[in-house]
Design a protein. Structure first.
Length: 508
């Protein structure tokens, strides 16, 4: 009974001092400030390989020169992610290739003409520029020394060497113009085929972990690593002429800026720009070189690092913060119900546990096709919300279940209603456990939110993906270190909340 009175007195004392009742108010104020800070520039997307990054920077430079405020959302993922983002309005334009449009987007069973492609895209409200001037076709590559040793010059020659290890990008493995139809056309016998990131595949090829990989014909690493491009002797691969796709509702000034890039890049120049990007570890530097070669202003600095860091961090806070708020609002009531046990309680804990076992990347992929979600920030927030449920639900349930029976009987003896017992006694008594669950959920969300960049949701995962593509540890650390520091700040914030919200008699 003394412990019960102490809890009630402590709670009344805090209420008189006007202390906050939870983290909701400061979080809401923070998110309101973050949301109001976002402008509405034209958004250029790019895929997760060097050339697409460079073309995205060139487009951003071109729009900025025309007075159009533009943002480049780098390395958003593969074809379907960019296409869905374009249709859904998350981006306004991105660089694409005619062969990919025909076979992956339009699902054509032949190679349509440019006019046929343009007319088909128009039905989706999407426009297309004329080709930029180069064909970046798919190719299979090998180390030159190994190809010469085995006498391999064409893709057809691979049939004589069934033991070769093949590493292919995940997109190429599933494309209609990718590995499966290529293997059928050539009758290739290789069974040792693994999926690997495009940039990491070059490292695997160099160290002998794989023998063959898919590549883009304008990749700078082909020359840098002295690789041999195997001749497509059956002419399986169609033309992949580079173009820009854009939403038809995009501003005329932005569209005209993209059209001015038509026919200005041949294959030799594109390879040179890719080499510049990988040499300097800077896509903006390569974009500047393009404009310099064209006799135009080339002093475009792009975003400064402090500005980029602020943009990444604000978006990261938005993703982690909103998802945490949803997890708290849903997780605590579910934990209260689960604390009562029974079939419903076990079902709630079981559901939260199952969600936690789903790989985060798989959870994002499962949400993307669902109505309302798609390629958007809300998809990332929904995935993080689901991931954040288990610690909050479990700690709320266990905190309430650990309240001594004697205190429960005393509360009933005082004649308090069930709601009053819960609100004024049980929840304060379980507050230490509940806050611990919220803290765990917050820290998990900070780390997991880096994966949001894979679907173009931004955050501190952007530089991490870019660094992986460039094999540049400094760029990776530009995202990894702030994310780690943010997790420490969040932990400190919740340590402060411990002092504010937990009754004095329950603190360690």
């Amino acid at each position: 009974m003394k412990a019960l009175r102490s809890t009630l007195v402590g709670r009344d004392h805090r209420a008189r001092r006007g202390r906050p009742s939870g983290p909701s108010l400061p979080l809401l104020l923070l998110f309101a400030a973050v949301a109001s800070a976002h402008a509405n520039p034209a958004v250029i997307g790019s895929k997760k390989f060097t050339e697409s990054y460079v073309l995205g920077e060139i487009a951003r430079h071109a729009l900025s020169d025309a007075g159009v405020t533009a943002e480049h959302r780098q390395g958003m993922g593969g074809t379907i992610i960019l296409w869905q983002a374009l249709q859904g309005g998350q981006i306004d334009a991105y660089p694409e290739y005619t062969g990919t449009i025909a076979h992956e987007i339009l699902k054509a069973d032949h190679q349509p003409s440019l006019d046929e492609i343009r007319n088909a895209l128009g039905k989706f409200g999407i426009g297309m520029t004329e080709p930029l001037g180069f064909n970046n076709t798919y190719a299979l590559v090998m180390r030159r020394s190994e190809a010469q040793r085995l006498g391999i010059r064409t893709i057809n020659d691979l049939r004589k060497h069934p033991d070769l290890r093949i590493g292919l990008t995940h997109e190429f493995l599933d494309r209609q113009d990718g590995w499966r139809p290529l293997r059928e056309r050539y009758g290739l016998p290789q069974q040792s085929v693994v999926g690997i990131d495009h940039a990491l595949g070059y490292a695997a090829l160099a160290n002998g972990a794989i023998d063959v990989k898919d590549a883009y014909s304008t990749d700078a690493k082909i020359e840098q690593n002295d690789l041999m491009v195997l001749e497509d002797d059956l002419q399986f691969f169609p033309k992949y002429e580079a173009v820009f796709l854009f939403r038809s509702s995009t501003s005329p000034d932005a569209i005209n800026s993209l059209r001015r890039l038509e026919g200005t890049l041949d294959e030799k120049r594109m390879i040179h720009l890719n080499m510049e990007a990988e040499r300097t570890k800077n896509y903006t530097s390569a974009a500047n070189l393009y404009f310099q070669d064209n006799g135009r202003s080339a002093n475009f600095a792009g975003e400064s690092f402090p500005h980029r860091l602020a943009r990444w961090t604000l978006r990261h806070l938005e993703l982690a913060g909103f998802s945490l708020l949803l997890s708290v609002m849903v997780g605590i009531p579910l934990g209260i119900v689960a604390s009562r046990g029974g079939l419903i309680g076990h079902a709630i804990l079981g559901f939260a546990s199952i969600v936690q076992t789903i790989p985060s990347l798989a959870l994002l992929a499962l949400l993307v096709p669902l109505p309302f979600f798609g390629i958007s920030v809300r998809t990332a927030i929904a995935a993080l919300f689901l991931y954040g449920l288990l610690p909050i639900v479990r700690n709320t349930a266990s905190g309430l279940q650990d309240i001594p029976r004697s205190l429960r009987e005393s509360a009933v003896a005082l004649g308090l209603s069930p709601f009053t017992r819960l609100w004024q006694i049980y929840l304060p008594m379980a507050s230490r456990s509940i806050l611990s669950g919220i803290k765990t959920s917050a820290i998990i969300n900070i780390g997991t939110a880096t994966l949001a960049a894979l679907i173009g949701a931004g955050g501190l995962g952007e530089p991490i993906l870019s660094g992986l593509n460039l094999n540049d540890h400094v760029t990776i650390l530009e995202g990894a270190i702030p994310a780690a520091l943010l997790a420490l700040v969040v932990q400190w914030f919740f340590d402060v909340l411990d002092r504010v919200l937990i009754p004095k008699g329950l603190r360690i």
